[in-house]
Design a protein around this ligand. Structure first.
Ligand code: SER
Length: 305
């Protein structure tokens, strides 16, 4: 992993991966369909990931050896236009895989999500291999993607690796259109002394993770010896779980004021089909995963960012 292409590089994860890799002195080429308006300290090309020939030329010209394919429409936004979500989430993955085969690139990181689970998945503490019955289009694309990477890894000897990320908490690069976004919205409201209307009910428990742990986990997985990996689709990964009510309590405990009104909308149904907790024993035993930040530290860090 020396010369890395990041697609969807201006999104929540991309911006942080760029910083992380630049600190390691690795070459990074960033692409995104959006215009880049700030200095991201690496080469940036504005282009659509579905433009296969253009991306393939970039890969060749820049001698890319690893791709972090981060393009995706998240869960809540995905429901606005499921056909478009499938096209972006799945066609882009297929495009990247074709580019890898053509350019003999084996190493790819592709984020999956807690959205692959569903109401039959033992949601109190979901194991690595439960029944998977996602109900959002986002979850369906992530499950299809997991199956595709297993298939292509086998068929073309690729080494695409993946994590089922929980909600990622990051204050410098915000997500957009996710069901777990309420955490950042509530924290922002507290910092700006604004009232917050929460779109999930008080007691909705979901797994979350601070961005630092999300980046570290991907790096650790991508650096692990292939012979240590026993999961060929996507690894469960966990840090802590939280409800809107507990988040509010943490905000108050940190000396901020916040007035929250709970008004669940369509996102409640998505959240109800996701795990409360995740068992990540495979990630721990196979490649030594351990989250660095617990709930209290993650919230404190985000409030003081
Ligand atoms: N954070 C994502 C979402 O809420 C879940 O992977 O859509």
């Amino acid at each position: 992993m020396n010369r890395i292409l990041i697609t969807g590089a201006l999104g929540q994860l991309g911006v942080e991966f760029i910083k992380y890799f630049k600190n390691l002195n690795l070459f990074v080429l960033a692409t995104d369909i959006r215009e880049c308006k700030k200095d991201i300290s690496c080469e940036f090309i504005q282009c659509d990931v579905l433009e296969k020939n253009k991306i393939s030329d970039l890969v060749k010209k820049n001698k890319i050896d690893t791709i972090f394919h981060l393009v995706a429409t998240l869960s809540a936004k995905g429901e606005e236009d499921p056909f478009k979500s499938w096209k972006l989430n799945i066609d882009s993955l297929q495009t990247i895989i074709k580019i890898c085969i053509k350019n003999k690139i084996k190493n790819v990181f592709w984020p999956s999500s807690i959205a692959v689970f569903g109401t039959d998945s033992e949601l109190e503490n979901v194991p690595q291999n439960p029944v998977l019955n996602p109900s959002s289009i986002y979850g369906i694309t992530k499950l299809a993607g997991e199956k595709l990477i297993e298939y292509y890894n086998q068929k073309f000897s690729l080494d695409i690796r993946s994590l089922r990320y929980p909600g990622i908490i990051s204050m410098s690069s915000k997500p957009g259109g996710g069901t777990t976004d309420y955490v950042m919205e509530m924290i922002d409201s507290a910092k700006n002394k604004k009232k917050y209307r929460c779109f999930l009910s008080k007691k909705t428990e979901l797994p979350m993770m601070l961005i630092d742990d999300a980046i570290q986990s991907a790096y650790q997985l991508m650096s692990a010896k292939k012979s240590c990996l026993s999961v060929s689709s996507s690894y469960n990964i966990s840090s802590f779980s939280i409800t809107p009510e507990i988040l509010k309590k943490q905000i108050l405990l940190n000396g901020f004021e916040i007035d929250v009104e709970f008004r669940p909308d369509f996102r409640q149904q998505i959240a109800n089909s996701w795990p409360k907790k995740i068992s990540d024993t495979k990630a721990k035993s196979d490649w030594g995963w351990k989250a660095k930040y617990n709930m209290e530290e993650s919230i404190r860090k985000s409030l003081n960012f």
